[in-house]
Design a protein around this ligand. Structure first.
Ligand code: UDP
Length: 250
């Protein structure tokens, strides 16, 4: 499928005009960044894996009635999605304390929370995506009260779905981030899950060993990121059991 003009280039994906109005082609790059792009690398195979993960999770969410932007995967690195207006918030759900929450509050990583916690950060790289309260979101009109309530309910449903899917293959879903978009079709507007869902945006720990199988492998130099992602893909049945990590053909 021919790509149209480039619309936006982000850290891990590039967006192009799609073939029909209202569509976008999402191209998954091999670039990995962390700490607001202070740490950067190119990791062979990451883009193809994340394209496949995102297809799998978005289709799973659709199957339980959660609307997403996903239309179809086009090839190894590209997927066709609906064009949406992204709400300028990262919606984070946590089941276990880790990462920025542990640092901010001095809580040991791995401490189980007695209920899932939904947090929001304001999407602005120049500010380092600061944590914001629901009050900021309403006062600054980033979303309405109705949208806010719906975003929380969607995020918790995504959490239940992803936690169950991961638990079934021996992986603990520690936390994750989603982005939500406003989709307008026939004068009707609804919120849909957008962007991507992959180990780039989740924390995934092996239930038995505690081994990290997510982007922390890159952030914290814990080994080969593609090997970790391939392990998750194999367990989910997205890669044949006896394959090795896909290698870039130069
Ligand atoms: N996350 C993300 N993009 C971001 C910030 C966070 O995908 O820009 C994900 C991250 O991978 C983790 C969860 O959101 O699964 C919570 O991240 P946290 O706030 O702990 O931030 P971090 O420690 O990654 O800076």
């Amino acid at each position: 499928m021919a790509k149209g003009a480039k619309i936006y280039e982000g850290k891990a994906k590039t967006l192009y005009e799609g073939p029909e109005p209202g569509t976008i082609i999402q191209y998954f790059k091999d670039d990995a960044t962390a700490f607001n792009a202070e740490k950067k690398d190119v990791i062979d195979g990451k883009g193809a894996l994340n394209n496949r993960f995102s297809e799998h999770f978005m289709q799973g969410l659709e199957s339980i009635g959660l609307p997403t932007h996903f239309i179809k995967r086009l090839n190894m690195r590209e997927q066709l999605v609906k064009r949406v207006d992204i709400v300028p918030l990262e919606v984070i759900v946590r089941n276990v304390a880790a990462g920025s929450m542990s640092k901010r509050l001095g809580i040991e990583e791995g401490t189980k929370l007695n209920r899932p916690l939904v947090e929001f950060s304001y999407k602005d790289d120049s500010l380092g995506d600061p944590l914001v309260a629901e009050e900021h979101i309403l006062a600054l009109e980033w979303a309405t009260q109705r949208e806010l309530d719906e975003m929380i309910s969607m995020a918790l449903r995504v959490n239940d779905f992803l936690s169950g899917t991961m638990h079934a293959v021996g992986i603990k879903l520690v936390d994750f981030k989603i982005e939500i978009g406003r989709l307008t079709e026939n004068d009707y507007q609804q919120l849909v899950i957008a962007d991507e869902i992959s180990p780039d945006s989740c924390r995934l720990w092996d239930i038995e060993t505690g081994q990290k199988l997510d982007k922390d492998v890159f952030r914290r130099d814990l080994g080969n990121l593609t090997d970790a992602y391939s392990e998750v893909a194999r367990r989910l049945g997205l890669l044949p059991k006896n394959t090795t990590t896909p290698k870039l053909v130069k």
